[in-house]
Design a protein around this ligand. Structure first.
Ligand code: AMP
Length: 283
């Protein structure tokens, strides 16, 4: 595997390739990331991964400085997956001047849910993803459904800018007890780690409740959300949101859309101690 930090050197190596598959990450790789590498390989060749902890998407009180950086272990894992190039730019490589041009996603998608609780997050994500796409020029890029809203926003960005890249979604990889794998899981104490799967169990219970409704109404869904919120709070969690939304646009379901059978998804972000976990479940 070639490890490249310089944009021009990356371009030299990829010149003439038109089937590149790309997986952007922030490192501290786990099985979830590696499943994306495997999926990428099915869609194209060569596979390029990137590792870059993107300052632009972190809020002032978030964990940019303490975000786990495990480059050597990550390199070993990517080598085993047969990744052709690891693009691992420094901040100077990717942002040689302050990145003043940014991509601002539409409010109705970028400022809700994650965007409400992490202002500017999706602006930072879109900006780095567009820049990484410009560096790698992939035909396909793989994103995890674990970050459901991010996947949707990146997809729409690619579509609205007519970027010549296909965005491929990858299923969420979980630990045996149901906890979605995440780089941030290492922040959990052992008792928090034991409690953490309760979030996914809560989503599964909500899904059952929704499927069991005789009549799907907006108010019935709101009751299910409110109950779930209280239950998680009682268990000691601090949920930012637990929301049943429309799969197509993550908006609150309207009665007309419920009546016409619009697909739903439950999305959540909740703090357990100092660790903020996110997860989702399609209905
Ligand atoms: P990150 O390094 O957290 O920025 O994630 C890089 C990519 O891996 C994103 O597309 C994530 O959605 C995806 N990802 C993170 N966790 C998982 C998981 N448990 N299963 C599948 N994909 C994941």
């Amino acid at each position: 595997m070639k490890i490249i930090s310089d944009i021009n050197e990356l371009r030299d190596h990829l010149r003439g390739q038109n089937r590149t598959s790309f997986v952007p990450t922030m490192g501290n790789l786990h099985e979830g990331h590696l499943s994306l590498m495997r999926l990428a390989r099915q869609y194209g060749d060569p596979v390029v991964a990137s590792i870059f902890v993107n300052r632009l998407q972190f809020g002032p009180n978030e964990d940019f400085d303490s975000y786990p950086r495990t480059m050597q272990a990550d390199i070993d894992k990517l080598e085993q997956e047969g990744v052709y190039i690891l693009f691992a730019p420094t901040e100077k490589d990717l942002y040689p001047q302050p990145q003043e041009y940014r991509v601002d996603p539409p409010q109705q998608l970028g400022d809700i849910l994650e965007g409400e609780f992490r202002p500017g997050f999706f602006k930072g994500v879109c900006t780095v993803v567009l820049k990484l796409f410009s560096c790698v020029q992939p035909r396909v890029a793989v994103f995890g459904k674990k970050d459901y809203q991010q996947l949707m926003i990146v997809r729409q960005m690619a579509s609205q800018f007519a970027l010549p890249v296909e965005i491929v979604p990858a299923e969420t990889i979980r630990a045996e007890d149901g906890l979605a794998l995440s780089s941030r899981n290492i922040y959990l104490s052992s008792s928090e780690r034991a409690e953490a799967p309760a979030l996914q169990r809560q989503l599964s219970a909500m899904r059952e409740q929704v499927l069991g409704l005789k009549e799907k109404t907006v108010s019935a869904l709101m009751d299910i959300e409110a109950q779930a919120l209280t239950q998680m709070q009682t268990r000691g969690w601090e949920p930012d949101y637990i929301a049943i939304r429309q799969q197509g646009d993550l908006a609150k379901p309207t009665q007309a859309n419920l009546d016409s059978g619009q697909a739903l998804v439950i999305v959540t972000a909740a703090k357990l101690g100092k660790t903020r976990l996110i997860d989702n479940l399609e209905i």
